[in-house]
Design a protein around this ligand. Structure first.
Ligand code: HEM
Length: 436
């Protein structure tokens, strides 16, 4: 079977949607509704196969994954991350994964809870009582401090201001843009920022190697020390993994936390329930490993946020050898987009798919088929940071709710397709310190 394309009528509606929302998500939602769960986009220079639903997801990510590779060398993600885990294929992918996976397992992540709490508190200490805070910015501050402090054991506070713009530029560099249809387009304005990122990363690698050589770090509890201790890892290869983990590991958490706070701000009944749970279970105590399994409402809230606004909203692949997915022929070289966003809002599997209902994820609630809900992907390329991200989200949210009342100030928010699906222009909440 060949993939269906839009009729002229649907095409017109797609164009109108694009003009209204400036968002490919709107265009893809119209195509999904009018053409079906598998379709081909036919824009000049951009003709990906878009696949939606559990069967396609499973085939692309697991059962047919040998027919796909990840990105082309011309892709800015490849240019920036070079040999990072996210862009490697085949044996080198498996090798990078095996090196880092042990430190990303849940039991190891739990060890970071106290530090996650300390870094969150550092951000919250700057919130003036009664002020309006942009949670998109604040959660990026928290996610950066947490990522660097726990997974790399690097105190990022003193460098945050200096590195803020270079990090945002690196993210912009890999965000969707005209380069998709014009891979060799000139991209001025990034050189200085990307050089600053490299200088910073090579600096922390050098320092850590020195500490290892001086025998100051007997146990490798963090990724940087671990990677720097492996004899075959060159500085370049370590830099590629650090930059990969830094971008993949904080931009996603930033989006998740900002969306969760946005949804809480818009749904006072959910806010009340989340606060009641944190008060009853944690009170004013420090967060601990034991609390992680005792906050089911927060858990459902995080899961529902990831369903509605999956920070990584699509699994991008290139067909390596001709294959078929859900019965549709895909030729080598075709760009395939497994749409996580559309799968999460597929009316065949979700009741009222566009509504915010954390109770869908309550214990005992009916579950959709496997591979319908895939915020962290699946198969060999599933997110290596899934456990870290979920523990981090719970710690940061619980800590905020312990200390502050949050109130939505009524600014409109739209999903923006950057490197992640972000709430733009930001999530503006008034914060009031709770009486202790
Ligand atoms: C809410 C937070 C996060 C979400 C929603 C998320 C989502 C995802 C998804 C969907 C994929 C698979 C993409 C695909 O199949 O094309 C992925 C892969 C990946 N994620 Fe995450 N992620 C999150 C947090 C993190 C964190 C905290 C880290 C690291 C500290 C991380 C590092 C990675 C890496 C390195 C990969 C590539 C894995 C591979 O190809 O083997 N992510 N993530």
């Amino acid at each position: 079977m060949r993939l269906p394309i839009a009729t002229p009528k649907t095409g017109l509606r797609v164009l109108k949607g694009l003009a209204r929302d400036h968002s490919l998500l709107t265009a893809m939602s119209i195509m999904r509704d009018e053409v079906g769960p598998a379709f081909q986009i036919t824009l000049p220079g951009f003709q990906p196969a878009v696949m939606v639903g559990p069967n396609s997801n499973r085939q692309i990510m697991v059962s047919q994954s040998q027919h796909f590779h990840w990105r082309s060398p011309a892709d800015p993600v490849t240019k920036l991350l070079r040999h990072g885990l996210l862009v490697e294929d085949g044996e080198s992918h498996a090798a990078r994964r095996a090196e880092m996976e042990p430190l990303m397992q849940k039991r190891h992540v739990m060890f970071h809870i106290p530090a996650m709490q300390t870094y969150t508190d550092r951000v919250l200490a700057d919130w003036r009582d009664g002020s309006v805070q942009d949670m998109l910015v604040e959660m990026r501050r928290a996610a950066l401090l947490v990522f660097m402090g726990t997974l790399l054991d690097v105190e990022f506070g003193p460098d945050m201001e200096r590195m803020w713009q270079p990090i945002l530029r690196a993210i912009k560099y890999i965000s969707p843009g005209l380069w998709i249809v014009w891979p060799d387009m000139p991209r001025p304005g990034y050189k200085k920022a990307l050089a600053a990122m490299d200088e910073y990363l090579f600096g922390i690698i050098r320092e850590r190697k020195l500490s290892i050589a001086n025998g100051q770090l007997p146990i490798a509890n963090d990724l940087l020390t671990h990677l720097a201790s492996l004899p075959h890892m060159t500085d370049d290869l370590i830099r590629d993994q650090l930059l990969t983990m830094l971008i993949a590991g904080h931009d996603t958490s930033t989006a998740l936390l900002a969306w969760a706070l946005h949804l809480l701000g818009k749904h006072p009944e959910a806010m009340a329930q989340a606060v009641a749970e944190v008060d009853a279970v944690v009170g004013q105590d420090d967060l601990s490993e034991a609390h992680m399994s005792q906050l089911p409402y927060l858990d459902s809230l995080i899961k529902e946020t990831l369903r509605l606004y999956p920070p990584i909203h699509v699994g991008n692949r290139i067909v390596a050898t001709d294959t078929a997915v859900s019965g549709y022929q895909l030729k080598a070289g075709t760009r395939v987009m497994a749409s996580i966003y559309l799968s999460h809002r597929d009316g065949r599997y979700w009741e009222a798919p566009n509504e915010f209902r954390p109770e869908r994820f309550e214990r005992g609630a009916k579950k959709p088929p496997a591979f319908t809900y895939i915020p962290f992907g699946g198969g060999a390329r599933a997110c290596i940071g899934a456990a870290f991200a979920q523990v981090e989200a719970k710690v940061v949210l619980a800590r905020i709710l312990q200390q502050f009342e949050l109130q939505d100030v009524g600014r409109k928010v739209k999903p923006y397709m950057g490197a992640t699906l972000e709430p733009r222009p930001g999530v503006f909440l008034r914060v009031r310190r709770r009486q202790q």
